[in-house]
Design a protein around this ligand. Structure first.
Ligand SMILES: *[C@@H]1O[C@H](CO)[C@@H](O)[C@H](O)[C@H]1NC(C)=O
Ligand SMILES: *[C@@H]1O[C@H](CO)[C@@H](O)[C@H](O)[C@H]1NC(C)=O
Ligand SMILES: *[C@@H]1O[C@H](CO)[C@@H](O)[C@H](O)[C@H]1NC(C)=O
Ligand SMILES: *[C@@H]1O[C@H](CO)[C@@H](O)[C@H](O)[C@H]1NC(C)=O
Ligand SMILES: *[C@@H]1O[C@H](CO)[C@@H](O)[C@H](O)[C@H]1NC(C)=O
Ligand SMILES: *[C@@H]1O[C@H](CO)[C@@H](O)[C@H](O)[C@H]1NC(C)=O
Length: 382
């Protein structure tokens, strides 16, 4: 399921524009935006987000720069994908970026992106691990050369800097296209705290048209919301602003909430399903899921839209959902769910409902334990 969104991501991002001076670490928004392997000394302003991207030389002292292979380069290839930094050395080699000037105890979103595009001419997509500080984050398996892979984590840091490391696991040379850091207020994503972090599995903008990628500035936190439409869904939309309701502690952007999916066959539920692939290293991870919903249509007084949500066939939340016009509500599990290797979330209309359920967006994360994030190993556990 993630794979298809990755392809769309490549098609959706446009090439970069102007040039700015490279500068230190965080910018005026508290963001760090690194174009890894950029061979020039100055950065540039990225076309779609208007964010400033800087070269990576100030962040790592290892690796070599490469351009992607010409066969993958088109006039619309975004700058971010045009070059990579790769890290030679054999099995076990650990190569790190250090992000500084961070705020102790603050929550951050960190996103690494990878587009192989045969940069080394070997036509052999590698698999390697990424770590955040001393903690295993995820395995990056580049299965197709033209498909960008996103690794994203939300974590609270216990230092004023952070290390992101790529580890060679004997399945090819690690490389990276971009590395981004965005601060989050600590009230966002309460499931991430000092002892556990959230690793992104999916972030979907249901019912959005396939070329609509919402990120900064529509989303001030620069999450990337990937459009998702399924054959069995019909899209509905509004141009009116959608407000964050009191339950929306995740601050879903209005641009994402303005589109939604409903089942084309109104007697069917909306279903979101995913499988858990336990890594060789760990037991199956826990999952958290956020469902974002808002009414986008004026409901006549003789009609009612009411539904409940089931997880693997059981009521996930006892609340029967009635939506408010242009106001986001979020349904989520505050604690990770360790129950299953397969998850099926189903939004089902109640017997009284005359209208089918609505889903505007959703996110799925796996939960990983973290210890002493950002600090050097000997600073131990907490
Ligand atoms: C990026 O923006 C510049 C300036 O507006 C424009 O000339 C260029 O064509 C844009 N590139 C793409 C790929 O859209
Ligand atoms: C990579 O591409 C840039 C821009 O096209 C070019 O200036 C640079 O020389 C290339 N670098 C290598 C190592 O080929
Ligand atoms: C990477 O993914 C592909 C396709 O799913 C799989 O065949 C391959 O075994 C994976 N590689 C590693 C090293 O896990
Ligand atoms: C709609 O779904 C219901 C329940 O699954 C099914 O009985 C019905 O045949 C479907 N209608 C159409 C037109 O597919
Ligand atoms: C169910 O959802 C409501 C509304 O979002 C929330 O207040 C409540 O805590 C949830 N219950 C459980 C068990 O998650
Ligand atoms: C459905 O409608 C009946 C009759 O109005 C009402 O008694 C019942 O509580 C409603 N059920 C729900 C889940 O709202």
């Amino acid at each position: 399921m993630a794979g298809r969104w990755m392809v769309l991501l490549l098609l959706g991002l446009a090439a970069g524009g102007g040039v700015i001076q490279a500068h230190g670490q965080v910018d005026s928004l508290g963001f760090i935006s690194i174009d890894c392997g950029l061979h020039v000394e100055t950065g540039y302003v990225e076309n779609t987000t208007k964010l400033s991207y800087v070269p990576d030389a100030a962040f790592t002292d290892t690796g070599t720069n490469h351009n992607i292979s010409a066969e993958y380069l088109t006039p619309t290839t975004d700058k971010i994908w045009r070059n990579v930094r790769s890290f030679g050395g054999g099995d076990g080699t650990r190569s790190c970026y250090t992000l500084r000037s961070l705020v102790f105890g603050l929550k951050y979103l960190i996103r690494a992106m990878f587009l192989y595009a045969n940069y080394d001419g070997l036509n052999r997509s590698p698999t390697f691990d990424v770590y955040i500080g001393v903690n295993y984050w995820q395995t990056v398996n580049i299965s197709e050369g033209d498909m960008p892979v996103i690794a994203e984590i939300i974590t609270v840091i216990s230092g004023d800097y952070l290390e992101v490391c790529l580890v060679n696991t004997g399945s090819g040379t690690p490389f990276i296209s971009s590395l981004e850091l965005r601060p989050l207020q600590n009230k966002l994503y309460p499931q991430a705290d000092a002892s556990r972090a959230l690793v992104l599995a999916a972030r979907a903008n249901a019912g959005a048209s396939t070329d609509t990628f919402v990120r900064y500035p529509e989303d001030p936190h620069d999450r990337i919301w990937i459009p998702l439409t399924l054959d069995e869904w019909s899209a509905i939309s509004t141009t009116n602003k959608v407000q964050n309701g009191v339950t929306d502690i995740f601050e879903a952007p209005s641009a994402v909430m303005q589109t939604a999916a409903t089942p084309t066959n109104s007697s069917r539920p909306i279903v979101v399903a995913w499988d858990v692939k336990p890594s060789a290293k760990d037991k199956p991870p826990g999952f958290v899921c956020m469902l974002y919903m808002a009414e986008l249509q004026h409901i006549p007084s003789n009609a009612i839209r009411q539904f409940h949500v089931k997880l693997n066939g059981k009521l996930w939340n006892q609340t029967t959902l009635g939506l408010r016009y242009l106001e986001t509500i979020v349904l989520y599990n505050p604690q990770p769910d360790y129950a299953s290797q397969q998850y099926i979330i189903s939004l089902e209309a109640t017997a009284n409902s005359t209208l089918p359920p609505i889903l505007n967006a959703f996110e799925v994360f796996s939960v990983i334990p973290t210890t002493g994030i950002a600090t050097v190993p000997q600073e131990g556990t907490n």
